[in-house]
Design a protein around this ligand. Structure first.
Ligand code: FES
Length: 143
């Protein structure tokens, strides 16, 4: 059962190893309460996230996808998150074109010390996906 009070949904999170994964770990170590719907996939950098990873996840069972990396100028590969930001903005438009509500996708920046921010991001995004409901029970039409 999800912490947001309804049946657990499938949310996939692509987290960069150096910042956001650390932030999620900080939240865990700090025992910050957070929803249990998120399944984390650790990637070396947000720049490693091919937009097709997100599309594939959404087409094959995920109800929502979250991508999180280092803050701008903090990427350990210097510009990976800048590339990610450009690609993920394009992806947002592609999702609308595919008929998937763009609210099912979110990207953000969380550092390793921001456990509290991580908790907030996960809680807010999970709530948003729960408001939309399961993706695969019904075919949705984007506005
Ligand atoms: Fe974290 Fe590039 S290493 S976004």
């Amino acid at each position: 059962m999800s912490d947001v009070g309804t049946k657990e949904l499938r949310i996939v999170g692509f987290l960069c190893n150096w910042c956001s994964y650390g932030g999620a770990d900080t939240a865990g170590v700090g025992r910050f309460k957070q929803p249990t719907d998120l399944r984390i996939i650790r990637v070396p950098c947000s720049g490693r996230v091919d937009p097709l990873f997100v599309v594939r996840a959404l087409l094959t069972g995920a109800d929502g996808v979250l991508v999180s990396g280092c803050h701008p100028r903090d990427c350990h590969y210097s510009e990976g998150n800048y590339y990610a930001r450009r690609r993920l903005e394009m992806l947002r438009r592609l999702l609308q074109f595919m008929g998937i509500d763009e609210k099912r996708f979110h990207y953000t920046w969380v550092s390793a010390s921001e456990g509290q921010k991580w908790q907030q991001v996960v809680t807010d995004f999970t709530k948003q996906v729960h408001e939309l409901g399961p993706l695969h029970d019904k075919k949705e039409k984007a506005d």
